[in-house]
Structures are given as structure tokens and as C-alpha cells.
Ligand binder design. Structure first.
Ligand code: ADP
Length: 486
């Protein structure tokens, strides 16, 4: 089966969050099942080196204001289709945000172009290669199904995966013409979102199948609390919507072979984790003498992630004898609050503002527990890395966090199956209680070792989920063949 995967990010080339990890890991996870994936993404400046030696497979004299070409190259084991368009993607800084703050003002054209070219490629634009299935990711690829539909030609079936419904790609309605899409699509059951053009809305409306990244988030998305205005449409798509849990790349994230750790370790030889713990304490300026748990956070700093609650809960955390090492960036106010906390609780709270992949590995290796107090979390990857590294997840009971962590309640402890701590509702008080509960577990060395080992043994790779994607691709192909809706 030939698969065209369309996204705005893909690890290890360009990453701002979990989307990139998933887009980068799926080709390798699907390959053993006979799926040959090509990942299409913009040729940002960061990919200039990767594009060297690439061959041109499509060309446009004018793609929304300038020339463009599609390049084909294989790098880091992934077959890439890179959309090169200087006027859209050759600019410094963030792939989404302008240095002046806020989104790039022409994001509608930038990602509209990605969708348009993906649809052209799906319709046979690349000589000698037509995908059997198209897989669009998030709002940046949300218009692919609309472009396919507009072609009027027989098209491959298209799936869209919603990695986070909070990001919908909403733009002024007049852009529908700018993007060359028919006004007929601008209806409440099509591209219109309360008077705006909605990329993700269109994707959910027109794709043959909709998936999201955990079963609980799939259910949550049908409710006003989590659906962000799209709950009605998602509920209406009914059985076409499936939650498939993200996996992680268990080769990249492997404490037994991780070059970013001072000493590797396994479930059988956990002693090596202590070397990483000491390295984290040193890097974050934390006392080596504290005897409570060392928590880490690796995250975008946003209210979605509930980290404002963590700032409020810091007195309780420090009061419990614990330490915190936080790596993150995002909301400027929150960055300032955490920096201030690091001064106030010197030696107990260490903060590094920034994005550092290698340091995130060291933190997973060295911390005792990882805090993920998200208000909503479609899947969440850092708790999965935590499980793999014996770093006990302490998480809000939401979305994929609810699906991947088994709470250390008395019954689960008695059965010996607990892997972490969950709390609900997502409030300061509940977080503080979770921190105290974690401290109590930590002080019971035998109980803690069981939690750590249970987590490390939990399957967190792609084995199950790749089969679930495969089954849906098969359903879509069968439905196309039969001429029925998938
Ligand atoms: P989201 O996609 O909502 O940001 P996820 O938990 O799904 O959250 O994925 C976040 C990914 O980004 C993980 O791979 C995490 O390790 C990584 N990450 C987040 N912040 C940082 C940071 N400051 N430095 C390094 N990696 C980070």
C-alpha cells in the first residue's frame, strides 16, 4: 500500500510538539505491514540541508504568489516530499509564528498551498507514483479532502487525524477564493466555522475517516467542554471517528541505549538511573541532598498544560520535600513565573527556558516522576516517555493521560498493576493531593520500585496502534472499491 502523509512537522527534521513525533514515527511503524509512506511537508529553512540532492517531482509557475516545486528525497529513513516555495516558507524563526508575535499573516496561503499540492500529488501529479490512501494531519493539512473533492476525479480515500482540536486554522471567509476553492463548500456542514473558513472543520467534514490520538479524547471531542465548537460535527460523523493511541519510537526513547544519559539502565539494572538523577540535579542547580522525589516537566508552557496550577502548587511540592526540574517555553508570563519560582526556591526548583531535545532525554532518565497536569491532553507523549524510562507519570485524568496511566489507588496497588498517579478534577487542590500521594509512594521504596518497573514493562510502542491504522486504511479502500462511504 502506498500512503501519502501530509503534515506541517515531522521529527527529526522539524518539531514543535507531539505531532512531529507521530508523523515521523508512523512510516517506520507501518513499513513492516507493507505500507510505503511518503511524508509531505514544507521545505522550511531547517530542511535546506536535507533537500540537497533531492529530485524535483512537481513544479508550479505560480502557487499562491510565487513559483514552487515539490522535491523528493530520503532522509533519516523517511521518504520525504518537500514543498519548496521561497515566498511561503523561506523565512527565519518559528514555522508558525512571526518574530513580531502572532501567527504569520499569510498562514492561510502557506498551509493552503501544502494542502493544494498534496491533493495534486494524490491525483497523480508525481510521475509514476499514485498513493492508495492519503493521511492528513491537523489543521495545516485540513483542506486536502476539500481539494480532492473539488477535483471531481476518482481520488484515493483520505483520513484526517486530529492531534489537537484547539488549533483549528480559522481564517477570514474571503480566503476561500484566494485558495481557489469553490464557494459551494462554504456551508455549515463544509468549510464554514461560524462565518470563518475552518481548515480543520473542512478536514473533519470531508475526510472519509477521522481519527484522533486516544480513545478518551475521541469521546471527549463529542462534548462542548472539549470539542471547541466542533463537537456537533464530530458527533454527527459517528462511527467514522476513531481514537487510536499514539505510540512512541522505542528505539529513540530507550534507556538501555540512550546516548544522552550518563549511564544506561534497564528494568533489571535500575542503578544506572541514579547517574542521570545526579546529572539533572547538577544541570538545574538542585541540591543533591534532598530526599523527596525529583519531578520533571518537559512541556510547552501554556494553560492547556495546566502549568499555572503547578506554579500555585509549588509550596506544597517543596513542602513535601520534593524537587522540580522544568524544561519548557511558551507563555511569557508563565516563563517569568517559573524563573521567579526558581529564585524563590533555590536548590529545590530549577528552570531552563528553551527547547532542548537532548536535555529532555536526560530529564526522562534522571527524574523520579514526570508531572503532566493538563486541562486537556489529546494523547500526550511525555508520560509515555516517562513510563519507558521508569519516571513515574503524575497526570491529570484527561484524554490520552487517562488511557495510558494506571492510577496507584489501593486496588491497583494490591493487584500490582499501578504505573502512576492520576488526579481529577484539574485543580490546584487535586494536584497538591496528587503530589502528596506521590511523595508517600516514593517514601515506600518497595512500592515505588514496583510502580517504576510496571511502567517500564508497559507496551508504549506502535505495535497495536499501527494495526489499528492499517485496519482503517483497509476499510477505506474497501469502501472506495464498493462505492460506499467508508
Ligand atoms: P504537545 O504536542 O501538546 O506539545 P505532547 O506531549 O504530545 O504535547 O508532545 C510534546 C513533545 O515535545 C514531546 O516529544 C516532548 O518531549 C517535546 N517537548 C516539549 N517541550 C520541550 C522542550 N522544551 N524541550 C524539548 N522537548 C520538548
Amino acid at each position: 500500500m502506498k500512503l501519502l502523509s501530509v503534515a506541517s512537522e515531522c521529527a527529526p527534521f522539524v518539531k514543535t510538539g507531539g505531532l512531529a513525533d507521530v508523523v515521523g514515527a508512523l512510516p517506520g511503524a507501518l513499513a513492516p505491514h507493507g505500507v510505503q509512506t511518503r511524508v509531505m511537508l514544507p521545505r522550511y529553512p531547517a530542511l535546506a540541508g536535507v533537500a540537497e540532492g533531492a529530485s524535483q517531482v512537481m513544479h508550479y509557475d505560480d502557487l499562491f504568489g510565487g513559483p514552487a516545486r515539490l522535491l523528493s528525497v530520503r532522509a533519516s529513513g523517511i521518504d520525504l516530499l518537500l514543498l519548496e516555495a521561497t515566498h511561503l516558507f523561506d523565512r527565519p524563526g518559528s514555522i508558525y509564528l512571526s518574530p513580531q508575535g502572532g501567527d504569520w499573516p499569510d498562514n492561510v496561503r502557506r498551509f493552503g498551498a501544502l494542502c493544494r499540492v498534496a491533493a495534486d500529488a494524490a491525483l497523480g501529479g508525481v510521475a509514476g507514483w499514485v498513493p492508495d490512501v492519503v493521511h492528513a494531519h491537523d489543521w495545516q493539512a485540513g483542506l486536502v479532502p476539500a481539494y480532492l473533492k473539488q477535483s471531481g476525479a476518482p481520488t484515493p480515500p483520505c483520513m484526517i487525524t486530529v492531534h489537537n482540536i484547539a488549533f483549528q486554522g480559522l481564517f477570514d471567509a474571503h480566503n476561500i477564493g484566494v485558495l481557489g476553492l469553490s464557494g459551494d463548500f462554504f456551508t455549515p456542514d463544509g468549510l464554514e466555522y461560524f462565518g470563518h473558513l475552518g481548515f480543520l472543520k473542512g478536514g473533519i467534514a470531508f475526510a472519509d475517516k477521522v481519527t484522533t490520538v486516544s480513545p478518551t479524547y475521541a469521546r471527549e471531542l463529542t462534548t462542548p467542554e472539549f470539542g471547541m465548537g466542533l463537537e456537533g460535527l464530530i458527533a454527527a460523523r459517528g462511527g467514522d471517528v476513531t481514537g487510536i493511541l499514539n505510540g512512541i519510537d522505542t528505539e529513540i526513547w530507550n534507556p538501555a541505549a540512550d546516548a544522552d544519559l550518563p549511564q544506561r539502565y534497564t528494568t533489571e539494572s535500575l542503578a544506572g538511573k541514579a547517574a542521570s538523577r545526579a546529572a539533572v540535579q547538577q544541570r538545574f542547580g538542585l541540591d543533591q541532598t534532598a530526599d523527596g522525589p525529583l519531578y520533571c516537566v518537559i512541556s510547552r508552557l501554556t494553560t492547556q498544560k495546566g502549568l499555572d496550577l503547578l506554579i500555585q502548587a509549588l509550596p506544597a511540592l517543596v513542602g513535601d520535600g520534593a524537587q522540580l526540574a522544568l524544561l519548557g517555553s511558551g507563555d511569557k508570563g508563565m516563563e517569568a513565573d517559573f524563573i521567579a519560582a526558581a529564585h524563590r526556591y533555590a536548590g529545590r526548583v530549577g528552570v531552563i527556558i528553551g527547547y532542548d531535545e537532548a536535555l529532555s532525554h536526560l530529564l526522562q532518565g534522571g527524574a523520579d516522576a514526570i508531572l503532566v497536569p493538563s486541562r486537556f491532553e489529546p494523547c500526550g507523549l511525555t508520560q509515555l516517555y516517562g513510563l519507558r524510562y521508569g519516571t513515574v507519570p503524575v497526570v491529570a485524568r484527561s484524554g490520552g493521560l487517562a488511557d495510558t496511566v494506571i492510577d496507584a489507588n489501593p486496588a491497583a496497588l494490591a493487584m500490582g498493576c499501578a504505573t502512576g498517579v492520576q488526579f481529577s478534577p484539574v485543580t490546584r487542590t487535586a494536584l497538591e493531593q496528587a503530589i502528596r500521594r506521590t511523595g508517600d509512594l516514593f517514601r515506600d521504596a518497595a512500592e515505588w520500585q514496583t510502580l517504576v518497573r510496571n511502567g517500564m514493562r508497559q507496551p508504549v510502542g506502535w505495535e497495536q496502534s499501527s494495526l489499528a491504522y492499517l485496519a482503517l486504511f483497509g476499510d477505506m479502500l474497501a469502501a472506495k472499491r464498493d462505492g460506499t462511504a467508508a
